[in-house]
Design a protein around this ligand. Structure first.
Ligand SMILES: Cc1ncc(COP(=O)(O)O)c(C=O)c1O
Length: 392
């Protein structure tokens, strides 16, 4: 029983077959060969881009394939320090970058590094004891010195969905760029870049039923046009001289080298799959299971949910701790009962410290989970407590 979709989702057979079918029938380097196979490969690859762009309400030119969300976020952060001094992306001492205490390391460390490289200051929203962002000081936190606000759309530890609209409005009012980490949202509910009104968005294919090795970076066209590429080489050029080169049009300017073609095609089919089920159906299904899980956990003595205990602005990621048992031990015993959960710091060390936890046990849901999965987890927790003799 798989309750670890926050780490990576399982894949429908259609996705696995699409990837394998690409290798069997269409494998050639996209945008390069003059032969029919290369044309077929390019059509399949660009077809996937159209599906992904459509999925997030974006233009195809603004939808860039990377290898992962981690790469997407690093790419943006790198681009902010790889520009001329007169560029609006240029960061320097006195500028500020705002993140939050609930960020995954992938949306924290690239900004720490950017701050180090440029002399800018890293600042952050703190997290309240009930697992929400503390917005009290938003007006002083996001101020005229703020150049970038990079925030998660849904915490991979707590399930919390921060008030993105409020944060984006504040960021825009001071002229800061906004970056949204949509790793835990894009797979679970409908997202639309126009509605979100952010400047950049990143997510991974493998958490949304797609293959590993494929991620998405979306950016506003006017910004992508101005930004420098972060990878240089084949396929991203318009013309090349011995001492200089010019860049291809979007999105290829940001896709140097032969891309992860089969993976992109697999992601396109994952998007079809999600669309066929319907993102709203997926969302409602996961909310129902989350409610069941939260209710059940609240009735087990010695168990505490870490994060919001109601369904307000939260998704299907539920972290909990069992009094007297280390999360790794919880995970190990649950595994003996055939239940796969994630345990530990979940790539969010500062958050664990803030919440005074060495780690948590995390159950994360997706469309294939059922009420009986949740029931089984709830029924097994007392066995874990018995095993460690911590029953109350
Ligand atoms: C919120 C969040 N951001 C970023 C990432 C990084 O994604 P990836 O490892 O696919 O690059 C993850 C993965 O767990 C995540 O949950």
């Amino acid at each position: 029983m798989y309750l670890d979709s926050g780490a990576t989702s399982q894949k429908p057979i259609q996705v696995i077959e699409a990837e394998s079918d690409f290798y069997k029938n269409s494998n050639a380097a996209v945008h390069r060969g003059a032969h029919l196979l290369a044309e077929e490969a390019s059509i399949a690859y660009e077809g996937a881009r159209i599906k992904v762009a459509d999925f997030i309400g974006a233009d195809v030119e603004e939808t860039i394939f990377t290898k992962s969300a981690t790469e997407s976020i690093n790419a943006i952060a790198y681009s902010f320090s790889n520009v001329a001094k007169n560029s609006r992306f240029f960061l320097k001492a006195g500028d500020e970058i705002v993140v939050s205490e609930m960020e995954h390391h992938a949306n924290l460390i690239p900004w720490q590094q950017l701050a180090k490289r440029t002399g800018a200051k890293l600042r952050w929203f703190s997290v309240t004891s009930d697992g929400r962002l503390d917005l009290q000081d938003i007006d002083s936190l996001i101020n005229k010195n703020t150049k970038v606000v990079a925030i998660t759309h849904q915490s991979n530890v707590l399930g919390t969905i921060p008030p993105i609209q409020l944060i984006v409005e504040r960021a825009k009012s001071v002229g800061a760029f906004t970056v949204l980490d949509a790793c835990q949202s894009a797979p679970h509910f409908k997202i639309n870049v126009a509605d979100l009104d952010v400047d950049f968005l990143a997510f991974s294919g493998h958490k949304m039923l797609g293959p590993t090795g494929i991620g998405v970076l979306w950016g506003r066209q006017e910004l992508l046009l101005e930004m420098e590429p972060f990878l240089f080489g084949g396929s991203m050029i318009d013309s090349v001289e011995m001492e200089s080169a010019t860049w291809a049009a979007l999105p290829r300017k940001f896709e140097a080298g032969v891309p992860n073609m089969a993976q992109a095609v697999g992601l396109g089919v994952a998007v079809d799959y999600l669309n066929n089920v319907g993102m709203e159906n997926i969302h409602q299904h996961e909310l129902k299971l989350t409610q069941q899980l939260l209710n059940g956990l609240s009735h087990i003595q010695g168990v505490k949910v870490i994060g919001p205990t109601d369904l307000i602005d939260r998704g299907g990621v539920v972290s909990f701790v069992i009094d007297g048992v280390h999360p790794h031990d919880v995970g190990q015993v649950l595994d003996q009962y055939g239940i796969a959960v994630r345990t530990g710091h979940h790539c969010a060390w500062p958050l664990m410290r803030k919440l005074n936890q060495v780690g948590t046990t995390r159950a994360s849901l997706h469309l294939y989970n059922t009420e009986s999965d949740v029931e089984k987890l709830l029924a097994t927790i007392p066995s874990v407590q018995s095993y460690f003799k911590v029953n109350k």
